[in-house]
Design a protein around this ligand. Structure first.
Ligand code: NAD
Ligand code: AHE
Ligand code: ZN
Length: 370
């Protein structure tokens, strides 16, 4: 079939909206009509050529929601007309990682996913006879996409696509980092670095968990108002401040250091500050931000010897097929908010504007509605 898609032909070039060819679902795969997709900073990072796994040409996008239109042979867990959220972290429930119960990082299809192809090693997308790569196993910047059955979460049908697509990455990542990875407890002090599409969800997760102080940090002063909407209690604009000054300020604000800090910037210097702002003896720093190829983190080992813990999280530690439908319920029951964070609704033809708004710090989430 033919489908409209925003194709990344080259790094650092705007996406081009074209009609691509899409092969139907093979064994264990499903065809999904994407109804809406968010633009996450990770899409921008890959488009900007900063991802060591980045491949071109490809169809980016990993934060979608849609409807199953066709199933391939052997598919049993979903059927046509089911509403689903694509999962860049699938859940096969059979691999060593899934069976361990210790991680959400299913390994069933990770190798082929990283190479931009389906589990059988081929792509379903092509343009003028040339193969186009899949992205993060999702490619939601295409109106129709093919996904492995294990990479879709079936969700309730009354959830609007325009907002629930955000659960495909940003909401789950931020809220899950608090509840699954850090396991923040009532009365804890939390510091969030970077109040964008992910950081604001960490803030709402911290509020949900009953954190006492929720300190938000950003270099964009407009983010103070945003943080306060979702439960932030104090704000620090760190533009122009050095590492030591930021650490000292946080230590003073938290009576010795934070119980939990979260990096939602992807900046490795910020990651160090976030670790060192943790309380001696027990403070934990959770890395959510994705750093550009070649960047590394460092700190004095003494920081860890004296009890601070460095952790990371992908997709908020969520097991997609199990947890995503529950997060959709939280949203539909009013336990978490999404609507105010969708600052811009665009058509597919306007998708490049969404990246401009992100880089200008003017959007929290732009969503393309097909
Ligand atoms: P965003 O652009 O919406 O937000 C980033 C925020 O960080 C902005 O408010 C920006 O002003 C702020 N910021 C930038 N530099 C800063 C600094 N030095 N100090 C303080 N604040 C600073 O991006 P997003 O969509 O929220 O994504 C945030 C990061 O999380 C990205 O690196 C993204 O790739 C990553 N991410 C990771 C996962 C995961 O599973 N681990 C999932 C989604 C996104
Ligand atoms: N490909 C990059 C790493 C990118 C990355 O860490 N992605 C996160 C999700 S970001 C969503 O917005 C992730 O899920 N990581 C776990 C995984 O298996 O990819 C690189 O550095 O090579
Ligand atoms: Zn994302």
């Amino acid at each position: 079939m033919k489908t409209r898609a925003a194709v990344a032909f080259e790094a650092k070039k705007p996406l081009e909206i074209v009609e691509v060819d899409l092969e139907g679902p093979k064994e264990g795969e499903v065809l999904v009509e994407i109804m809406a997709t968010g633009l996450c900073h990770t899409d921008a990072y890959t488009l900007d050529g900063l991802d060591s796994e980045g491949l071109f040409p490809s169809i980016l996008g990993h934060e979608g929601a849609g409807i199953v239109r066709e199933i391939g042979p052997g598919v049993t867990s979903v059927k046509p007309d089911d509403h689903v959220i694509p999962l860049y972290t699938p859940e096969c429930r059979q691999c060593k990682s899934c069976l361990s119960g210790k991680t959400n990082l299913c390994t069933a299809i990770r190798a082929t996913q990283g190479k931009g192809v389906m589990p059988d090693g081929t792509s379903r997308f092509s343009y003028k006879g040339e193969m186009i790569h899949h992205y993060m196993g999702c490619s939601t910047f295409s109106n129709f996409t093919v996904l492995p059955e294990i990479a879709v979460a079936k969700i309730r049908e009354d959830a609007p696509f325009k907002t629930s697509c955000y659960i495909g990455c940003g909401v789950t990542t931020g809220v899950g980092a608090v509840t699954n990875t850090a396991k923040v407890q009532v009365g804890d002090n939390v510091v969030v670095f970077g109040l964008g599409g992910i950081g604001l969800n960490v803030i709402q997760g911290a509020k949900l968990a009953g954190a006492a102080k929720i300190i938000g940090i950003d270099i964009n002063p407009d983010r103070e108002e945003w943080g306060r909407k979702f439960g932030m209690t104090e704000f620090l604009n760190t533009r122009g401040m050095g590492h030591d000054e930021i650490v000292q300020k946080i230590v003073a604000m938290t009576d010795g250091g934070a119980d939990y800090t979260f990096d939602c910037t992807g900046n490795t210097n910020v990651m160090r500050t976030a670790l060192e702002a943790c309380h001696r003896g027990w403070g934990e720093s959770i890395i959510i931000g994705v750093a550009e190829a070649g960047k590394e983190i460092s700190t004095r080992p003494f920081q860890l010897v004296t009890g601070r813990v460095w952790k990371g999280t992908a997709f908020g530690g969520a097991k997609g097929r199990t947890d995503v439908p529950k997060i959709v319920d939280w949203y539909m029951n009013g336990q978490i908010e999404i609507d105010p964070m969708i600052t811009h609704v665009l058509t597919l033809d306007e998708i490049n504007k969404g990246f401009d708004l992100m880089h200008a710090g003017e959007s929290i989430r732009s969503v393309v509605v097909y």
